[in-house]
Structure formats: structure tokens, C-alpha cells
Design a protein. Structure first.
Length: 361
């Protein structure tokens, strides 16, 4: 009989589980059905299993990266439910996001009688974690980072079910040594860092600028920095707006970095388009260092440059490390956990390193 007092809850990944695939989780709470994110695979355009979605009451967006919002182009196929996203995500997003309804970056709303709570996730401009249905519901971490320089982070809330960004598996290294290494490289010659302006790129600019290393920013980085600075209230960490403004003001022309030393931050992060695509060819030809800071797809230009030995990979943390996952589990105290965005083999290894994780979930 007690069961009757526990609100009904089910969670089903339509993508994002068992492999590094786009984010899309179907959560049903007390008869209301929500999609948490609707991403696409950036390299291939692959969409989640939307034929299994059924009726959807609302789509809740954690942040504006393609693997979390790219699938919104297929909104028609699930009956055009309302989409909710934070003001910053809407401002930086494409058409389907611009007309989305408001999801606060730190607050609560009700959708169909179900309580939706959010807090900032430290990962990208306007990025949030989302709790659906209060303590008896689901906490979805979105992508999150506790090492961010610019984007604020709020401690998440307890929930019965945790869907967590486990994309780094058991990786547990701090960001700082990587920053030091890249700063040393950039202080002895030009260094190309293909990167995502709507995320780590602006954080890198601040780190290098504060180490007195000349930085060059592509137009895409400057445009996004200006947008973020225009309405940063509640999104950026304390003093972060001043730090970002200083970095943007200090940015120099590419030719100056190219002919002496410094860091060139150019979109996109895998050098498949934008200025980084052009610069990659120049740098490889001149045997100048190129570092990719997010894991590239094997068949991408980045993957090939790395495989050939002319470019290298050094992770710039924007996702949780093992210690962050342990910390989050302590806070959320879930009965069940879904370790998202991680290959099957990595899931087993991670479980072995999370001793309090319940088995069979
Ligand atoms: Zn992301």
C-alpha cells in the first residue's frame, strides 16, 4: 500500500546511454512526459530514437551545444511540444531555440502541475541542471563542470533518480596542469587551439590573458563574448564579466600571434569549419603546434591530424572528473543512476570506482 504514496516515475534514454551519443532522455513523472534535451550527433547528424517518444508535454533544454539541441529540427515528428530553455541559451541559439519559453537559470517553474527546478551547471553560457518532480523525481546534471572560470555553478538538489554526465568516465586529473602546459607552449611560439566559442573557448581566453600571453580570437569568439557580456546577469560567476571583458579587449590580430608567439583561439573545435579549418592547414604546413582540447571524432580533420602525429590532444576539462561524480552522488543521494554519454565498457569501469552506486541500475 505504501507504494501508492510514491509518485510514479520512469526514465528512458532515447539516446545518450551506452555510448557517446546525443542527449535525449524521456522522463515520465505523475503521468506527464518530458524530454530532457533533444540533441543530434554533431559529426553525422544522427538523431535520437524519436519514434519511441510518444506524446511529449515539454522539452527541457540544459544548454545550447549541438549534442543537446541539434535534434530540435525534428520537433515536428513529436508533435511540436513546447520547448523551455534559459534566456542565454535562447539568445545564442538558432530559430527553434529563439522562440522557446523561459527556463530560469536558477529557480523553479511548474509545467503541467510538475515542479521543475534548475541551477547553473558551470559548463557553458546559460547551462543548467534540471530537477523534475522534486525530491521524488529526477535530477538531470546536463553537462557540468566544477572547474569553470566563467560560468557559475550551483550545488544540485537531492532526487530519487540521477541522470549524470559521465562522459569522462574515471578520468580524474585537474585542469590546472593542462593550462600551465598550454601556456608554456604559447609563450614560446604561436599555438593554434581550435575551440568552441560557446563554451571552453572564452574560458581559455581568460586563462591565457591572465598569464599575460597574447591571444587572438576569431570573429565567432568575439561575437559570442559580446552577446554573453551584454546579458550576463546571473549566468557568469562573480567578477567573470570583468575578466572576460579584459580578455576580449586585450585580444590581438592573428598576424601578430603568427609572427611571434601566443594562443590563437578559433572556431570550430574540431577544425571542420570556420577559421580553425583554414588555420589548421597553415599550421600543419609550417609544422607549428596545434592542440585539440576536446575528443575529436576519428574521421574528422582533427582526428586525422592527430593520427598523423602533426597535431595533438590535451583535454581541457569541461565535464566532471571522477571526484566530481562522487561529490554529486553524495549530494543527490539517488536510488538509481544513469551514467550518460559513456561507452558500455567505460560504464562498468566507472561503476567499480563509485562504491556507493547501487547495482543493477
Ligand atoms: Zn556541452
Amino acid at each position: 500500500m505504501l507504494d501508492l504514496l510514491i509518485p510514479s516515475l520512469s526514465v528512458r534514454p532515447l539516446a545518450g546511454y551506452g555510448e557517446k551519443s546525443p542527449a535525449c532522455f524521456l522522463v515520465e513523472f505523475e503521468g506527464r512526459r518530458f524530454l530532457l534535451d533533444l540533441g543530434e550527433e554533431p559529426a553525422t547528424g544522427r538523431l535520437p530514437e524519436l519514434s519511441e517518444a510518444g506524446h511529449i508535454d515539454a522539452v527541457l533544454i540544459s544548454h545550447g551545444h549541438a549534442d543537446h539541441v541539434g535534434g530540435l529540427r525534428a520537433l515536428d515528428s513529436i508533435g511540436n511540444p513546447p520547448v523551455f530553455a534559459s534566456a542565454m541559451v535562447r539568445a545564442l541559439g538558432d530559430a527553434p531555440l529563439r522562440s522557446a519559453r523561459d527556463l530560469p537559470v536558477r529557480g523553479r517553474i511548474k509545467i503541467g502541475g510538475v515542479e521543475i527546478e534548475t541551477g547553473r551547471s558551470g559548463h557553458a553560457p546559460g547551462a543548467v541542471w534540471i530537477r523534475v518532480g522534486g525530491p521524488a523525481g529526477v535530477l538531470y546534471s546536463g553537462d557540468f563542470s566544477r572547474e569553470g572560470t566563467l560560468y557559475a555553478f550551483d550545488a544540485p538538489l537531492p532526487a530519487r533518480y540521477l541522470i549524470v554526465d559521465a562522459s569522462y568516465g574515471t578520468y580524474d586529473e585537474p585542469l590546472e596542469p593542462t593550462v600551465d602546459m598550454l601556456a608554456r607552449m604559447a609563450s614560446s611560439g604561436p599555438l593554434l587551439l581550435p575551440t568552441q566559442p560557446n563554451g571552453r573557448g572564452l574560458e581559455m581566453a581568460v586563462h591565457f590573458d591572465e598569464r599575460n600571453i597574447p591571444i587572438a580570437l576569431c570573429d565567432n569568439h568575439i561575437a559570442i563574448a559580446r552577446r554573453v557580456l551584454k546579458s550576463h546577469q546571473g549566468v557568469l560567476d562573480d567578477n567573470a564579466a570583468e575578466r572576460l571583458s579584459a580578455a576580449v579587449a586585450a585580444a590581438v590580430d592573428y598576424t601578430r600571434v603568427e609572427s611571434s608567439y601566443g594562443a590563437m583561439l578559433a572556431a570550430d573545435g574540431s577544425a571542420a569549419s570556420g577559421l580553425s579549418e583554414t588555420l589548421l592547414a597553415t599550421f600543419l604546413e609550417r609544422r607549428l603546434p596545434v592542440i585539440f582540447t576536446s575528443t575529436p571524432a576519428e574521421k574528422s580533420a582533427a582526428g586525422q591530424a592527430i593520427a598523423s602525429g602533426y597535431a595533438h590532444f590535451a583535454r581541457w576539462n569541461v565535464h566532471p572528473r571522477l571526484r566530481d561524480l562522487r561529490w554529486l552522488i553524495e549530494i543527490v543521494q539517488p536510488e538509481k543512476i544513469l551514467l550518460a554519454f559513456l561507452a558500455e565498457s567505460g560504464i562498468d569501469k566507472l561503476r567499480d570506482n563509485l562504491p556507493i552506486l547501487p547495482r543493477g541500475t
